[in-house]
Each structure stands twice: as structure tokens, then as C-alpha cells.
Design a protein around this ligand. Structure first.
Ligand SMILES: Cc1cc2nc3c(=O)[nH]c(=O)nc-3n(C[C@H](O)[C@H](O)[C@H](O)COP(=O)(O)OP(=O)(O)OC[C@H]3O[C@@H](n4cnc5c(N)ncnc54)[C@H](O)[C@@H]3O)c2cc1C
Ligand code: SF4
Ligand code: SF4
Length: 1024
């Protein structure tokens, strides 16, 4: 239902007048809410982020009056298009995410709160948690967990989310509010039309609705009762009408139980009180490996009587993807395993502990049963220590996300995954399914929470093939027939959404009319989440994401295809010439990156185990998330929005919410190159309108600093004056409070050029291992002493160092603001210089990770690929290089003690370059640990918020400090003398935020080698 511009403006103005929350109706924002983690898409006409229940009621009443449907949305990561639709999208995860009350064993929350965030908070303060886990993704909101009431990974331990629901407040489609407290269930009021206003006022609306529902249920036919009784305990298709009536005469109506699992089609849950449980004492688990998937299912059947709390099956494909993803699993997961079964036994809770010995004995019995007696598995691993459990949990999480890492056009399609069957029929069903796949010539990945009968089936298909959709369509029907034939359900936890709801009558032919009656009792106009649970006429394929086929255009070139010429032809056919000419993008690369994003929502995290995405986590604004950058470009490539949009202010605003920290490189499971997508968007804007003045200053910072060098002492005095800083804030957007480091009067590269010792820094043809030092803007102009010390340290280790004095800055800041011309020029210039050196046998050593990151990861988008490859292979940063020397026994370890306690912060670019997991130690950290008496404490509190020069802009200043606050708080602790980071920009932010000095590891290494003058302390960041 696309609106005209006038209608859109009216809608926006009306809603903005009614509520305090955000209202956005422009095309670009609509596009960002048009998809979730499914293969479907449907664009809302308006996005509303309510701030309170009053806002929700106002929007609902307005929508009811205007007849506009509403879709409810948490983080938008469902796999069946549950949060999609063409009406107003009500987004709860933006503002309605507070904890309202915490008791000893309960918590009252607003429903936009993420489960993981809640558990992080109450886990730390009370050692308690909300148990049920719907999706093993990090961004699931509690509103969605209740709306879906899925069995989930922890079903065997905690049961369903509704088992932990104490009460909920819901807003109905007519704006009525109900408080559904399960501790005092309403009894139905007799009569329908006859319920008087007085009765309604006396008893409350809950009693009226209870009466209506009770009457529907009392009239169930015998076929409906039979169908109802036959459903599986983990069924998630239709409404839970079977669980609503309680009491001796079935005269208590549990409406909350009906709303749980209704996928937001009956009402909007705005607040809920949930039971919490104490964190489990985890002691015992095992991983079994099998030669066949059937043996794994047999083993699950064998261990179930031992009452495990988790029983998860992972197939060969996922296991091998996990091994490739994380090296820690290579020695643990046998390469020839066809399937694994992960089983955990209950060791009780704090209040109700079971003995550790009992648990160990039970585990020994289980292993003996599966491995020796039944001879089902060929290998078993015990999980005992906290570290083992961390690996155990991670393998489950990673196995869910791993398929997204497949690097070719054949991709896992979330289509008919999440089915469930009785466990005793599972092997027959799997065997039927495998024959079906063979007949349809399709491969698939099969795994699941087998302990509760759940099977995850991911067909692997190339949706760009013309016959893919029809083939999958037929296959879907066949799969569902097979599942239903064996008494199964087409959904056990993910809900039916837009993808599966049309199959509801197939599973519940008799109950479907009853479900309709229930829906119409609460929402007669079908305004809430239409098309979900109760089927509509539109076929699911109408919502398919890959929209090009729908318009009769040639299908997309498969992801990862090398024929970028073909891709360009296609894109040129789609793009208006005059805009295409201006854009600086490589269509093949954009296409590949965009289509890799599967909407999994891992980039919407807030927890401390991750850093992605520093810009999103402070605001919880979906537009700031990495996913949005991919969604925006997808909209353009699939012609859902105009190409010209890319050069509009809103697109620029979205692209600007990436400061190229590169954490996506390690934390996005699908490895979407968001960094480069943002660069492309920014570059498109710059190509169309030129560079904004403040961005020009940052892009040209090195030129400006060079020009200021002769007057550096005046500059430094001026920069210390509050009045002048105020003036610069007003004119140059440089924040008044930001302390600018002291500008040197002799930049390092100039020093080298005119130094009498220059011969030492010239190429030395006699040396076998030759190093060329790359000195970027920050060190060159603000910390030249670091470069001098770096040379001395390398010389101490027997290397002769060449400093190419004609080198230019890496161009990192030009790249960050989308100044493609200058970034390209710098890349071409430096690569000519460096490839020449590399061919002479030199290795390029940078002193800061962002320089290394730019040279190795950004240059490939700017220069010839052969040169880029050569540079990437031969460039490393200073600390990584020295640590490699240490590993090769070549590092001079004659260190003097440095008796200090330091808080080490790993810079984002450094992490992304040198490790595969955020929590891993970086080479700099490992190197510092070699220094005697130096107490190195790693502070993992996320990004510092500086991001090169991003934090130097007035518009970003507050946000920059807000991002860095957890780090500053940790640094301020008395147990830390000063901070250390291998990025000078991070050091300056750490000093600014914590008021403690922060130093580059080069300075500590220099101290350890005795290269600093006697009496030097680390009490100040200043070198003078
Ligand atoms: C890789 C991957 C693995 C997954 N694995 C699982 C799994 O194992 N088990 C599982 O169950 N799910 C799984 N999911 C699906 C998904 O992550 C979960 O369903 C998650 O709970 C969705 O949370 P959300 O906040 O993104 O919800 P959304 O997608 O935003 O919404 C989900 C549903 O909840 C409704 N809703 C949201 N808020 C409200 C509200 N306040 N009131 C009423 N209705 C509301 C929406 O209308 C929609 O119907 C997986 C997803 C991914 C990407
Ligand atoms: S950008 Fe990566 S982490 Fe974010 S939704 Fe896309 S695939 Fe998931
Ligand atoms: S590169 Fe960093 S700032 Fe940019 S989207 Fe990824 S995590 Fe966010």
C-alpha cells in the first residue's frame, strides 16, 4: 500500500502530533525495516518508536481509525517474516527497553528489552536469569520471546517462556489496555452483548474478554478437541487454546497464556513480569561424535531417560564450518564426524544443588551407554571446566550462525526449518526427508534441538537460478506433508509469520475456524500483524526478498561469482546513467557484500563479550547498526528505492554512522564488509555534492598539519586557550573540551630527511631481513618520538630500518569520510613506493593498527589487485612483527623490569587485524606480558569511541565519550597506574576520558630495553 508523498507527510505529521516517540516515514528508513532474518521483505509505510504505553495507545487508536495495519517489532531477527508488513511498524527495541522493577525472584520489564541484556544485568547483580531462550541469537527481545513462546534451546531445562510469565500488560487493537495477571485468573462474565458497562467497570475488561474466549472454547467440536489433544508439547502453530481454561470447572481463563505465542496478532505486549531463576551450576556435559546422523538420533533417544537439560544435534556441514571459523575447534571436532550430539546434565541450582559426584557418575554412565554399550558414537568429549563450557556454548551458537559464512552462490535458505516430530519417529522422518531432497536434487543441512523433537532443515540453494523458487515451493509442500503425516508440527519455536501461516489449515483443518474466532474477538479488523497465524490470501512467494525476478529483470549474478563484467552490465541496465557515472563503486563487490547479510542481528548486541557495533550500542537505533548499511544498498540494487536516494541526506546520515572500526570483520558471522559498504555510500554522496567542509579538513589533515608546522609553537599556545578553542568549536567544529596533542615543530619524516644520521635510515642492501617503516599522520606530527624509539627497538633486535621519506599518509581519514579521490590518490602513490620496496625484499612495518588496516584492507578497493595483494602480504604492524620474532626465538629478551600496573586496551582495528575473537589476546598484549614486573590487565570494555579523528568532530564529541565511558571507568580504578594501547588516537581518548596517562607499547618496550632517559616515568602522557 505505497502512499503518495502528501499522504506520507500527513501520516507523519499526525503521528508526531500524537506521540513523544520517533516517527519516520521517508523511503530510506522504510527500507531499513523492510526485512528481517527471513528471505522475505515487506516495506512498512511508517516507522514509530514509542517511548511509553501512552504512545502505543495513541498510535493504535489512530491506526484503528484510519484502518492502517500495525506490525510489531523487537530487533527484527525472526526467520519467518513475523515482524514484516505494509502498515505502521511499531519498534519497541529503541526506547521501551527498561527494567521497571527487580524482585528476589521476578523482574518487570518493558518488552523491547533484549533477553541477553536483562540476563547480563540480573546475572551480575543477583546471579539470576530469565531462563527460556527462544533464539540463540544475541538480539532477541523479550516481547518477541513472549509473542512466540518458542521452545528454544533450553526447553528441557526451563520449559516454555509462558511457564515463566507472571503477568503482562497488553494493548488491544482498539486501544484498550488489559492487565493479565496469572496469579488471579478472571472468571468469565456471563452474557455477551448483555455485559453491562457497570459490570465492565466493576470487574474490568479482562473479565469481559475472558467471557468471550470461554464461550468460544466451550463450543469446541469433538474433532477440534481431538486435533487439539494431538498437538506436540512444543507446537508453535496456531493459538494455544488448549492451555487457556483452568480450574475445576474450567472456569478460570488464562488470557496471558493465549497471548503468549500469538505472534502479536491478538494484542501488543508492552510490559511483563517474569519469573527469574538462579543461574545454574554447570558441571557436566559431553559431546558425542557419530558416523551417521541416524546414530545421533538414536543416542538422543537413549540419553533422554537420564533427564538431560540440553540435547542438541549438529550435522557435518555445520561442524566443518565451525572448525573453519574458529581454530580452537580443529583439534576438538573430528574431521570425519557426520554428526555431533551435545548433551548437558543438570547439576542443580544454588538453592537446590545436586552433588557434583552424582552428576559425574551420571555423565560416566551416559558416555558408557552411548559409546561402549550401544556403540553409537566413535568419539566422546567430556565438558568439565568453565573453559570447556565456554567452548561448548560457543559451538552451539556458532553452529547456528555458521552457514551464513558460506562463500558461494548456494546459500542456506530459512524456509521450512524449525519443524518438530515425536522423537520416536525422527529417524523415519529424516530418512523420508533425505529421499525427498534426493528426488528434488537439493542438498540440505539437518540439525536441531533433537531432545524435544525439533529438526532444523536448511535447504542449500541458489535463489538466483530461475527454477529455484518453484522447486523450493514444491519441496516445501512435500516436507510439510511428511512432517504432518508423522504427527509433527510445521513450527516448534519460530512461529509461522508470513512464511508459514498459509499452511495452518493443513496442520489444523478443524481448529483454523476457531483460531479465526479468537482473532476476531480481539482484533476484528485484522489490524495487528495481519497475515500471521491466520492465513491471508497472499502467497508467501509474493514477499520474496530477491525481488529482481519478480520484475522480469535478469536474475542477480550469484553471490561470489567472479564475472563482474556481467554484473556491471546488469547494474548498468538498472541504473540511470547520469547518477551511475558519478558513483564510485564496484557493483560486483557491493552486490556480494550486500547479499551476504542475512539479517541475523548479531550486530545489534550490547553485551561485553562483543564490541560490534560501537555506534549502535550507545543509542539502540537500528539505523546505526551495520545491518542497516547492507539493507540500504540492497534496496538500491533490487530497485526497491531509487538510486538517487544514495546521494540524499538520509543515506549519508546512515553511512556516517559507521566510523570504520572494522569490528564487523570479526564479529559479523557472515563477514559482511560493512566498512566498505559505508565507504561506498559516503563516496556516492561526495561524488554528487562534494565533500562537506568539516570532512575536507579531516581528509586533508596531514596537509593542514604540515602547513601549521612552522608555526607549531603558536598553534600549541592557541590550542591551550579556552577562548580560542571555543572559537574553533564554532568555526571548525573542533570540540572545545577536546585536548589536541602537542604539534611537533619537526615532523618525524622531516627529521629523518634532514638528519645527519640519515644514512642509518637509508636502504641497507646488505641486510637479509629488511624493514621499511611506515609513519602515519598521528605519529609523524604529534608523537615523532615513538617512531624514533621504534627504530631503536628494531635495531636492538638486529634489524636495519629504512624510512622512506617520500611516503604519504595511509589515507585512512580520507577513506573514513568517503573522499574516494584522495584516498585513491594516496593509495596509488604509496603502493607504487611500497611495491617497489617489497620487490627489493622489504617488509612494511606500520606503527599503528589503523595504518596497517588501511594498507592491507582498504587499498584493495582502491588500487590494482595484484599490487594490493603484494602489500597485504608484506605489511604488518610493529607489535605483531615483534611478537612474530618472539615466536621464532629471534626477539632480544634482555628486558629490564618495568614495575607498573597497566590497563591495556586493544584498539578495534588491531583486534580485527590480528585475532579471530574479540576476547583473544593481541600481539601487543602478549608482548607486554614478556616485560618483567609489568602487571598487564586487559580491559575489555569495548571501543574507546575515538575512531581515529571521528571523536575530534564537535557533532560526535559527546557520543564519542559515551562510547568510551565503560573503558574510562575501568581505567580509573586504583589498581591501574596508567593505560596502554597500540593506537595513539585511543591513547589520547583514554587520557581525556579517565584523566590517567595512556601510552603506546613502544614506550614501555623502550623502557624495558633501557632506551628512555634515566628518571623517565609514565606519570604523564606528554613527552615534554
Ligand atoms: C541465526 C538465527 C538463529 C535463530 N535461532 C532460533 C532458535 O533457535 N529458536 C527460536 O525460537 N528462534 C530462533 N531465531 C529467530 C529469532 O532470533 C528469534 O525468534 C527472536 O526471538 C526474535 O527476536 P526479535 O526481537 O528480533 O523479534 P522480531 O523479529 O522483531 O519479532 C518477532 C515476533 O514478535 C512479535 N513482537 C515483537 N515485540 C512484540 C510485542 N511487544 N508485543 C507483541 N508482539 C511482539 C513480532 O510482531 C513478531 O511476530 C533465530 C534467528 C537467527 C537469525
Ligand atoms: S551485518 Fe552481519 S551481523 Fe549484522 S545482520 Fe548482517 S549478517 Fe548479521
Ligand atoms: S565497521 Fe565498526 S562502526 Fe562500522 S558498522 Fe562495523 S562495527 Fe559499526
Amino acid at each position: 500500500m505505497p502512499l503518495t508523498t502528501v499522504q506520507q507527510t500527513r501520516l507523519q505529521e499526525d503521528l508526531r502530533g500524537l506521540i513523544k516517540g520517533d516517527v519516520r516515514c521517508e523511503e530510506v528508513t522504510q527500507q531499513l525495516y523492510a526485512t528481517d532474518a527471513s528471505i522475505l521483505q515487506s516495506r512498512p509505510i511508517c516507522i514509530v518508536c514509542p517511548r511509553s504505553i501512552d504512545d502505543v495507545v495513541a498510535v493504535v487508536r489512530y491506526a484503528a481509525e484510519e484502518g492502517i495495519p500495525l506490525q510489531l517489532r523487537g530487533a527484527g531477527t525472526s526467520l519467518t517474516g513475523e515482524s514484516l508488513g505494509e502498515g505502521i511498524a511499531l519498534v519497541f527495541s529503541r526506547y521501551m527497553r527498561r527494567i521497571l522493577e527487580t524482585g528476589d525472584d521476578f523482574v518487570t520489564i518493558q518488552t523491547g528489552l533484549l533477553r541477553r541484556r536483562l540476563n547480563g544485568i540480573i546475572g551480575q547483580s543477583q546471579n539470576r536469569l530469565f531462563g527460556p531462550l527462544a533464539g540463540n541469537v544475541s538480539s532477541a527481545s523479550l516481547g518477541s520471546i513472549l509473542a512466540r513462546n518458542g521452545a528454544g534451546l533450553h526447553y528441557l531445562r526451563y520449559g516454555l517462556p509462558s511457564d515463566h510469565l507472571v503477568s503482562m500488560t497488553v494493548v488491544l487493537a482498539n486501544g484498550d489496555q488489559l492487565t493479565l495477571d496469572r496469579r488471579s485468573l478472571p472468571q468469565p462474565l456471563q452474557g455477551d452483548e448483555s455485559v453491562t458497562l457497570a459490570q465492565e467497570i466493576t470487574y474490568g475488561k479482562e473479565y469481559v474478554y475472558a467471557g468471550k474466549v470461554a464461550r468460544i472454547l466451550e463450543n469446541r467440536t469433538s474433532e477440534q478437541l481431538v486435533e487439539s489433544a494431538r498437538r506436540l508439547p512444543v507446537n508453535r502453530t496456531g493459538y494455544a487454546e488448549h492451555a487457556v481454561l483452568h480450574g475445576k470447572d474450567a472456569n478460570q481463563v488464562d488470557l496471558a497464556r493465549l497471548f503468549a505465542g500469538s505472534e502479536g496478532t491478538l494484542g501488543i505486549t508492552v510490559e511483563a513480569t517474569l519469573k527469574t531463576v538462579s543461574c545454574p551450576q554447570r558441571k557436566c556435559a559431553a559431546a558425542f561424535f557419530f558416523r551417521s546422523i541416524f546414530s545421533a538420533v538414536e543416542a538422543a533417544t537413549a540419553v533422554l531417560p537420564l533427564r538431560p537439560v540440553l540435547c542438541e544435534m549438529i550435522d557435518r556441514r555445520r561442524l566443518s564450518m565451525v572448525r573453519d571459523w574458529d581454530a580452537r575447534y580443529r583439534p576438538l571436532i573430528p574431521a570425519d564426524a557426520e554428526a555431533a550430539l551435545l548433551v548437558e546434565l543438570d547439576a542443580g541450582t544454588l538453592e537446590d544443588p545436586s552433588s557434583a559426584d552424582d552428576c559425574k557418575n551420571a555423565l560416566a554412565h551416559m558416555i558408557d551407554l552411548v559409546q561402549t554399550k550401544e556403540q553409537l558414537c566413535f568419539h566422546a568429549l567430556r565438558v568439565n571446566t568453565p573453559e570447556d563450557f565456554q567452548l561448548f556454548d560457543e559451538v552451539i551458537r556458532r553452529s547456528e550462525l555458521a552457514l551464513g559464512r558460506m562463500r558461494h552462490s548456494v546459500q542456506p535458505i530459512p524456509l521450512f526449518d524449525d519443524v518438530a516430530v515425536p522423537l520416536n519417529t525422527m529417524n523415519t522422518v529424516i530418512s523420508d526427508l533425505l529421499s525427498l531432497f534426493q528426488r528434488h536434487n537439493i542438498t540440505a543441512s539437518l540439525s536441531g534441538h533433537v531432545g524435544q523433537g525439533n529438526i532444523r532443515i536448511h535447504p542449500l540453494a541458489d535463489l538466483a537460478q530461475p527454477d529455484a523458487i518453484p522447486k523450493l515451493h514444491v519441496l516445501t509442500e512435500d516436507v510439510y506433508s511428511a512432517i504432518l503425516q508423522h504427527g509433527g508440527t510445521i513450527s516448534s519455536e519460530w512461529g509461522t509469520g508470513l512464511l508459514k501461516s498459509q499452511f495452518l489449515p493443513q496442520q489444523f483443518p478443524h481448529l483454523t475456524p476457531l483460531f479465526r474466532e479468537i482473532k476476531e474477538t480481539f482484533d476484528p479488523q485484522y489490524l495487528l500483524n495481519p497475515g500471521k497465524i491466520i492465513p491471508q490470501e497472499t502467497h508467501w512467494t509474493t514477499y520474496l526478498r530477491h525481488g529482481l525476478e519478480k520484475r522480469g529483470l535478469p536474475p542477480p549474478t550469484p553471490v561470489g561469482a567472479s564475472d563482474s563484467r556481467l554484473m556491471k552490465q546488469r547494474l548498468n541496465a538498472l541504473t540511470p546513467d547520469q547518477v551511475a557515472i558519478q558513483l564510485k563503486w564496484d557493483p560486483a563487490h557491493v552486490f556480494e557484500a550486500v547479499h551476504r547479510c542475512n539479517g541475523c542481528g548479531e550486530c545489534l548486541r550490547f553485551d561485553r563479550q562483543s564490541r560490534i557495533c560501537p555506534l549502535f550500542r550507545g543509542t539502540a537505533t537500528i539505523e546505526f547498526a551495520p545491518r542497516s548499511k547492507a539493507d540500504l544498498l540492497r534496496g538500491i540494487l533490487e530497485q526497491d528505492i531509487n538510486l538517487e536516494t544514495l546521494t540524499g541526506g538520509r543515506a549519508k546520515e546512515i553511512a556516517d554512522t559507521c566510523f570504520q572500526c572494522r569490528m564487523c570483520d570479526i564479529e559479523c558471522p557472515a563477514k559482511v564488509d560493512v566498512n566498505v559498504l559505508s565507504f561506498r555510500s559516503k563516496a556516492a554522496y561526495v561524488a554528487a555534492y562534494g565533500l562537506p567542509f568539516k570532512d575536507l579538513l579531516f581528509s586533508r589533515l596531514d596537509t593542514i598539519l604540515t602547513l601549521l608546522t612552522p608555526v607549531s609553537s603558536v598553534f600549541n599556545v592557541v590550542m591551550r586557550s579556552r577562548v580560542m578553542r571555543w572559537f574553533f568549536e564554532k568555526t571548525l567544529q573542533l570540540p572545545q573540551r577536546r585536548v589536541v596533542p602537542t604539534l611537533t615543530h619537526r615532523p618525524y619524516l622531516k627529521r629523518v630527511r634532514w638528519s645527519p644520521l640519515r644514512h642509518r635510515l637509508m636502504p641497507d642492501q646488505t641486510q637479509k631481513e629488511r624493514l621499511a617503516l611506515f609513519v602515519d599522520t598521528y605519529i609523524n606530527h604529534f608523537y615523532p618520538q615513538l617512531a624514533e624509539l621504534a627504530v631503536q627497538i628494531l635495531e636492538r633486535n638486529g634489524f636495519s630500518v629504512h624510512v622512506p621519506v617520500r611516503q604519504q599518509p595511509s589515507g585512512w581519514n580520507s577513506f573514513a569520510v568517503g573522499h574516494a579521490d584522495r584516498a585513491g590518490w594516496l593509495a596509488r602513490y604509496n603502493s607504487a613506493l611500497m611495491t617497489d620496496l617489497i620487490r627489493q625484499g622489504y617488509k612494511i612495518i606500520t606503527m599503528e593498527p589503523y595504518s596497517a588496516s588501511c594498507l592491507t584492507k582498504d587499498y584493495p578497493y582502491l588500487i590494482d589487485s595484484a599490487e594490493a595483494e603484494l602489500i597485504a602480504d608484506n605489511t604488518t604492524d610493529f607489535c605483531s612483527f615483534l611478537y612474530e620474532c618472539y615466536q621464532a626465538d629471534k626477539l632480544n629478551l634482555e628486558f629490564q623490569p618495568v614495575p607498573n600496573r597497566i590497563g591495556y586496551h586493544a584498539p578495534c582495528c588491531g583486534l580485527a587485524r590480528s585475532v579471530s575473537l574479540t576476547m583473544d589476546s593481541t600481539p601487543a598484549e602478549k608482548l607486554l606480558r614478556l616485560i618483567p614486573e609489568l602487571d598487564v590487565q586487559r580491559i575489555e570494555r569495548g571501543c574507546c569511541g575515538m575512531a581515529g579523528f571521528w571523536g575530534f568532530q564537535q557533532s560526535n564529541y559527546r557520543h564519542s565519550l559515551q562510547i568510551g565511558t565503560p573503558l574510562f571507568q575501568a581505567l580509573r580504578l586504583p589498581k591501574i597506574d596508567f593505560g596502554v594501547s597500540d593506537c595513539s588516537a585511543c591513547c589520547s581518548q583514554m587520557t581525556h576520558g579517565s584523566k590517567k596517562p595512556a601510552h603506546h607499547p613502544i614506550r614501555l618496550l623502550a623502557a624495558a630495553y633501557g632506551l628512555l632517559p634515566k628518571g623517565t616515568t609514565f606519570a604523564s602522557s606528554s613527552w615534554r
